[in-house]
Design a protein around this ligand. Structure first.
Ligand SMILES: [Zn+2]
Length: 256
């Protein structure tokens, strides 16, 4: 991997992430939950902000844009074309299949509607890195606020098809609560039980549970496993359409 990654908490449970290319010194912030901690993180690393990659329009991912721009006026703000009307100050609008250069590295833009209608993920294919925003979480997924559950499910399946060795950074530290829910719908999954124990220990020690990998998510994230017999049985939905199983999972998690 040619990129350096720095991850830290903003607000209460949002992740700030900086992606730095040592070769060119380009540095991107993934989303802008809060300018101050991001500026502090940049200063602590001695990095200068060149780009801001926005995944979706929600306030807790965009409210830091103005503060970052005033500190780094030349930083380029990149975000989804489909949400350009909801995100002030986009310099570059991107859509499916588009590419964004961060120094010498390149991210491919994947449209993943569901949580919001225009949500995008940024995939650095050569570096095996995915920034999934609020679409895919460790052992969870975002709520389908702006699209029906089957649309969100298609987006998750699109991400699930990326290489298993892909490292995934997400918008929030929600893993402990996600693990507790996952155990209720996939109780026989021993990999999940082991992971839930590991996660609980990490959180007790004040450590982050991300990044995760696609291989680990495929093995333990119930929202990627709606086609698995164990989950379908636990839900009383054996043989059902995975999109319908996913819809039921999402509904149960909403009330968990
Ligand atoms: Zn969101």
């Amino acid at each position: 991997m040619n990129l350096s990654i720095h991850q830290f908490i903003c607000l209460s449970d949002n992740f700030g992430v900086l992606v730095h290319d040592p070769a060119t010194r380009a540095t991107a912030a993934i989303d802008a939950p809060d300018a101050q901690p991001i500026l502090q993180a940049l200063a602590s690393k001695g990095w200068e902000l060149s780009d801001i990659l926005i995944t979706h329009h929600h306030f807790d991912h965009t409210q830091g844009i103005a503060g970052l721009k005033s500190a780094f006026p030349r930083a380029r703000v990149v975000g989804p074309a489909r949400e350009a009307g909801k995100i002030a100050g986009l310099d570059l609008q991107v859509s499916e299949g588009g590419a964004v250069k961060i120094g010498s590295a390149e991210a491919m833009v994947l449209e993943v509607p569901g949580h919001t209608s225009g949500h995008v993920a940024y995939w650095f294919k050569s570096e095996n890195l995915l920034f999934s925003g609020d679409t895919l979480f460790a052992m969870g997924c975002g709520r389908g606020f702006e699209e029906p559950a089957p649309v969100l499910y298609r987006s998750l399946m699109k991400l699930a098809a990326l290489p298993p060795q892909t490292h995934i950074y997400c918008g929030h530290e929600y893993t402990l609560s996600n693990a507790r829910f996952a155990l209720t719908v996939d109780p026989e999954n021993s990999t999940l039980r082991d992971r839930a124990n590991t996660i609980a220990m990490l959180r007790e020690n004040g450590q982050y549970t991300l990044p995760t990998t696609m291989a680990l998510e495929l093995a333990t994230n119930p929202f990627l496993r709606a086609g698995e017999e164990g989950i379908q049985t636990a839900l009383g939905m054996r043989g059902a359409d995975p999109a319908a199983v996913f819809t039921e999972l999402r509904e149960r998690k909403n009330h968990f």
